[in-house]
Design a protein around this ligand. Sequence first.
Ligand SMILES: [Zn+2]
Ligand SMILES: [Zn+2]
Ligand SMILES: [Zn+2]
Length: 143
Amino acid sequence: MSNFADMEKRISEILAKHQLRKTTARMQVLECFLHSDSAISHSRLEKKLADTDRITLYRTLKTFEETGIIHKAMDGTGIARYALCAGSCQHHHHEDNHAHFHCGECGNTVCLDEVVVPAIQLPTGFQQDSSHLIIKGTCEKCK
Ligand SMILES: [Zn+2]
Ligand SMILES: [Zn+2]
Ligand SMILES: [Zn+2]
């Protein structure tokens, strides 16, 4: 099987698993994520998919985030980046309980899937919705 057919099969499987119709925009956006080994910002996607209209791109990212295909990769820079979920995320329920690493050299943000965010003991009366562990430094490629 060629790489292209392989990629198309993976894309179809992910969309089917999350009960999403195959559209050109969805397939193109997913392909970007599958090809990238770091989290992708909205503006980088806009540049990569210059033919896709901005609202469609915005909606596609929103749908992917809601259905559990991608999650926001917080890196403390104020730029919203997204990364593919590991596979256990479901509609409106993410389980991406891992740290994100932001490299000051190349500016990439990556998921550290094996680094689990520790449970935090909050003061009485506080309720946690989410927490993010951001680690900054130099990645293995830039070291
Ligand atoms: Zn997720
Ligand atoms: Zn780096
Ligand atoms: Zn992540």
